[in-house]
Every structure is written in structure tokens, then in C-alpha cells.
Design a protein around this ligand. Structure first.
Ligand SMILES: *Cc1c(COP(=O)(O)O)cnc(C)c1O
Length: 364
């Protein structure tokens, strides 16, 4: 069979290893495995969400309300926009997919940072676009500006960024947007915004302000990280009405499930749970920073729920990640980004203690 040429250039995305697989491969008991690899909320989901999902089990034979009325209304109220400014995706990943399909014609250019979320380039390649990378590790808007004359169709700004954890100032983003052609869509991937807003409010991007000032921008958020709903697959995009209308043409009906829909709506209400999660993260992050300094590791100050730890030339991050894996500790090796570094999700206090302990044991 001859597949589309575009597929030749695409490598299948390697998701974080699930606990079951490590248990099987290394013979470690499942309940002893600690996963600090996929930036999930270590507290799980809000107990209110768990209770709601359990109570809906008998309803799974029914399709959900495809207008997603309740969830859209809740998001619209949270961000002081209107429901017509909101689109729901199976994870914010699906919003990027819609965007790519809506805008890219073969050969169109998409601008992104050299080191950033790996899925942007995959959607770009799938739709026949060409990724142009800005040669910066942390997001550097001046470096992005140098490419604006190429008139990219889409620009991805990941803030805070994965896997570095750096975040842009909202003021700088608004200045940057003034220089961007109105025919270019700027995607603000705000998957970790809850953490950044807590650490430094100057890094918070207000979706309403964004789309009011710049109709060629879209804000994307997710329930997978601070809300603890990675397994439910719910994300959202907030944009100007005519843009959202076009994206809706690409959405299959019922693209999220009855349970996911209910879970997200309840999760959004439980602000206390998110606050607790973000505060815990902030506190534990400081312990990681201290640990890095004490152990001679370079780290990137992070506005997320993970930290990237960098190794010197005489030490291989991949070896460390593998050795940790054998002990039942899953972290993310950043080899695929050509970095000699690991990315560690901030866990529960005891899980973090265990990471520090295992790491020092390996180094001894
Ligand atoms: C996790 C993540 C997302 C969203 O993931 P979904 O589960 O698809 O919502 C988006 N961008 C970045 C940078 C992420 O790390």
C-alpha cells in the first residue's frame, strides 16, 4: 500500500511509559513503582470528580450532550468570554490538530521553538506543512521575530514551556503579537498556566484580553495537568468567534465522553483542589532546586509541575534514567530533544524523597 508522503517524515510520538509496562519488564511490583514522567497531578483528581464519575457509570450507554453546553458555559464564565468563543477537544492536543487541519496547505510554514512540545511538529507534518524552528532553548521572542518575514501560517508559543519549564511575560507576548501579521494564527499553549500564574502573575495570559486585542490568537488549556484528569482527555481552545466556528467544522461529534465532560465541569468548580495542588507543587519545587544545587546539577527555573535537570559531559542522563527505571522510578529522558537531561514531574512529598534517595544512591 502506498501511504501519503507526509507520513514518511513522521516518527510516532513516544508517550511516557505506563506503570504496567515497567512492572512487567523489570519485575517491580506495580504498587512500588513511582511515575514522575508525564506531569500528572500527584494527588490524582479531585475527590468530587471521582465521586461524580462513579455516579455516572450507568449512563455510559448514552452519547453525551454534543453541544457541551455545561462545560463551555463554565469555561466561558471562568474566563469571562462567551460559549461561542470556546471549543472542546479530546485533550488540548486535539485543538492543535484542528488548527493544523484548518490552516495548513501543503508547504505552509509553522514557526515553533527548537525545544518545545513535540506534537506541534507532528501535526504540522501530518497536514503537509513545514516546521521552521527558532534556534532558542528557552522561548526567545526576539528570535521568533527574526522569522516573521517568512509569514508563517501558525506560530506556537508554549508558555510555560515543556520540557524546559520557562515562561514568557504576558507583556512581552502582547508586544510580540503587535508585530505579527494578522493572517498568522498565534497559538498560546497554556497547558501549565495554573502553575505559572501562581508563581508569577506577570506570566499569566488572560484569554479574554488576548482574543479581544488579537483575533488572530488562540489560547489553549487542558484538564490533564493541574486538574488531574489526564486519563479523561479534555482540553479547550478560546478564540474569536469566527475562528472557533471554523475549527468546529473539523470536530467529530462526541469527541469527548460522557464521563470526561462531567469530570471536567466538576473539576473546574473545585478551585480548592487546584489551589492545594499548585501550592504543594511550589513548595516541593523548591526542594528540587535545592537538591539540584547540592548535587551539582544545572536546572531550569520552572513555572510548571516538572523540572528539567541537566547533566555534565561526563555523565549520561539516559543512563541515569535507565538506572532509575530499574528501581521502579519513571522519569523522562530528554534524549529525544537532544538534551543530556531528565525531566522530573513534581510528585507527592514521599515520592520526591524517594527520588532524591535513589538518585544519590545511584551516584554513590
Ligand atoms: C500535556 C501538554 C499538553 C496537553 O495535553 P492534553 O492531555 O492533550 O491536553 C499540551 N501542551 C503541552 C506543552 C503539554 O505538556
Amino acid at each position: 500500500m502506498r501511504f501519503r508522503k507526509e507520513l514518511e517524515k513522521i516518527k510516532t510520538y513516544e508517550a511516557g511509559k505506563p506503570i504496567e509496562l515497567i512492572a512487567r519488564d523489570y519485575g517491580v511490583a506495580e504498587n512500588e513503582i513511582i511515575k514522575l514522567a508525564s506531569n500528572e497531578n500527584p494527588f490524582g483528581a479531585s475527590p468530587k470528580v471521582v465521586a461524580k464519575v462513579a455516579s455516572l457509570a450507568s449512563r455510559i450507554s448514552r452519547y453525551p450532550d454534543d453541544s457541551y453546553f455545561v462545560l463551555k458555559k463554565a469555561l466561558a464564565e471562568r474566563f469571562t468570554v462567551e460559549s461561542k468563543n470556546v471549543i472542546i477537544g479530546s485533550g488540548s492536543d486535539q485543538i492543535f490538530e484542528f488548527i493544523s487541519h484548518a490552516l495548513i496547505d501543503r508547504g505552509d510554514l509553522v514557526l515553533q521553538n527548537r525545544i518545545t512540545f513535540a506534537m506541534y511538529a507532528i501535526y504540522t507534518a501530518q497536514t503537509g506543512g513545514e516546521t521552521v524552528v527558532v534556534d532558542s532553548d528557552r522561548h526567545d521572542l526576539k528570535a521568533f521575530e527574526a522569522h516573521l518575514d517568512k509569514k508563517p501560517k501558525i506560530i506556537y508559543l508554549c508558555t510555560p514551556s515543556n520540557p524546559y519549564g520557562d515562561a514568557l511575560f504576558s507583556e512581552d507576548i502582547f508586544e510580540f503579537l503587535k508585530k505579527v501579521d494578522p493572517q498568522t494564527l498565534v497559538v498560546i499553549d497554556a497547558a501549565y498556566m495554573e502553575y505559572a500564574a501562581f508563581k508569577d502573575p506577570r506570566k499569566y495570559i488572560d484569554p479574554k484580553e488576548l482574543i479581544d486585542k488579537f483575533p488572530n490568537a488562540i489560547y489553549t488549556g487542558t484538564f490533564s495537568k493541574a486538574y488531574g484528569l489526564g486519563g479523561m482527555r479534555v482540553g479547550y481552545g478560546i478564540g474569536e468567534e469566527s475562528l472557533i466556528k471554523e475549527l468546529h467544522k473539523l470536530r467529530a461529534p462526541f469527541n469527548i465522553t460522557t464521563l470526561s465532560l462531567a469530570a471536567a465541569a466538576i473539576a473546574l468548580e473545585d478551585r480548592e483542589f487546584v489551589k492545594k495542588s499548585v501550592e504543594h507543587n511550589f513548595k516541593e519545587m523548591k526542594r528540587y532546586e535545592k537538591f539540584a544545587v547540592q548535587n551539582g546539577l544545572k536546572y531550569e527555573p520552572s513555572y510548571t509541575n516538572f523540572i528539567a535537570l541537566f547533566f555534565g559531559q561526563n555523565e549520561s542522563a539516559s543512563d541515569i534514567a535507565d538506572a532509575l527505571l530499574k528501581k521502579g522510578m519513571i522519569v523522562r529522558d530528554l534524549k529525544s530533544y537532544h538534551l543530556n537531561a531528565i525531566r522530573v514531574t513534581i510528585g507527592l512529598t514521599a515520592e520526591n524523597d524517594r527520588f532524591f534517595e535513589l538518585f544519590q544512591e545511584l551516584r554513590r
